[in-house]
Write a protein of this length. Sequence first.
Lengths: 234, 238
Amino acid sequence: MTYSDNEKSQIRYARLAGFMYLFVDLAYVTGVMIANRFEVPGNFTETAHAIMKSELLYRIGLTSIFIGALSTVFLAMGLYVTVKPIDKNLALLALLFRLVEATIFGLQSLFGFVVLKVFIGSDYTNAFGSSQPAVLVNLRSAVNSDGFIVAGLFFCMGSIIFFYLLLKSTYLPKALSAFGLFATLLVTITNFADLLLPQYHKTLQLGVMPLGVAEILVGLWLLIKGLDLHSRES
Amino acid sequence: MAGCETERSQIRYAKLAGFMYLFIMAVYLLGVWITSRLEVPGNIMETAHRAVEDELLFRFGQALGSLSALCAVLLAVSLYAAVRVIDRNLALLALAFELVYAAVGAVSQLIDYAFLKQQLDAYSSGILDVKQLSAQADLHSFLNAAALNIACILYGAGSILFFYLFLKAKYIPRILAELGLFGSVLVLFTGFASIIFPHPSKLLQLGWLPIFIAEVSVGLWLLFKGVNLRSQRDETLS
């Protein structure tokens, strides 16, 4: 079986997308886990102490989240080239949604670094005491969680379209694409519900789990098995 | 005939890209000059006083920041149009990075305005004392530094791809494309090093020098000499 240049490029970009699915998930999970290690809920002073003790590690956590946002651009591009032959306009729309998502997450990383100054800057607590900076930090966590949901909605729009095109294309096993589509729809619903009913945040977070599984499976499939272009031709 | 039209469009966009490289650089340097005229390092009261005294100049300096974010989009699109013939997907990836960079840059500017407005109001109304104002100013400069580093990582990623495509295409002299590629990689590393290490060395600032030289040189080249499409044509024929 010989492939044209376009098909070869499509296969390469699909592998890139597979790798990036895994890499982006890893970067976000690592970053969030590191950042969460430092946070003592409702206690600004203790959180600040923990960060001051190991500022470098905290910065690595924030950088890891930023790398996740940066890599989203590679992932989106990999998926775009993969599904472009199915529907160019829809693929472009999905790419744009994911670029907006990357922008919002990039900005969230920026806020993370700014608030770091409030934690580590003794001049800030000297000037304002410990209660006022705590208000700023609380505001940042509100921005963080709501920003995550808003960015998540852009992610969902892009992801729904990409999975729909994968399902339409039969490049992947139908069950895998359908599972990805279902999982993304579930996250869309839970994200909207989270905006409306923040008191159920923890329960609603469980809605992300199927998507985590779907992304890992699709990532592994694209990376190891690659694209099945034969079925499309037949 | 269609090929000729494509080439003419490529040449036009390359010239626009050259102009944009120089224009953005000029706008950026003018902004830095205005800020340095108004800012008194370590003295927030004097800085705020000068900003209130010469508010128009101060606002003009701020507006230049937004203008450069806007022009970054024009630069990115013109570079995309100039090199997409070489590799459409890589060119689009580079464009995507530059668009995210422009969006992050524009929102950072917005936050910067809000921060400054709050500081100036606090200064005029006397709500905050000197110590509190200094702490706010310190946080503000930290915000600017973080925004610059994050933006330069995104910019560097796109710039690496554009210069790689210029190198592959042989549209501009090899040495210029290589200098641009090297400068962009260095900018990316400088950005990452500055956000990861708590006390980055002042030497890191030198990381900006190669890309500055490369962008001015490539800008002048593209504007006056344009792109050399013959090498690409020869390659296609062979």
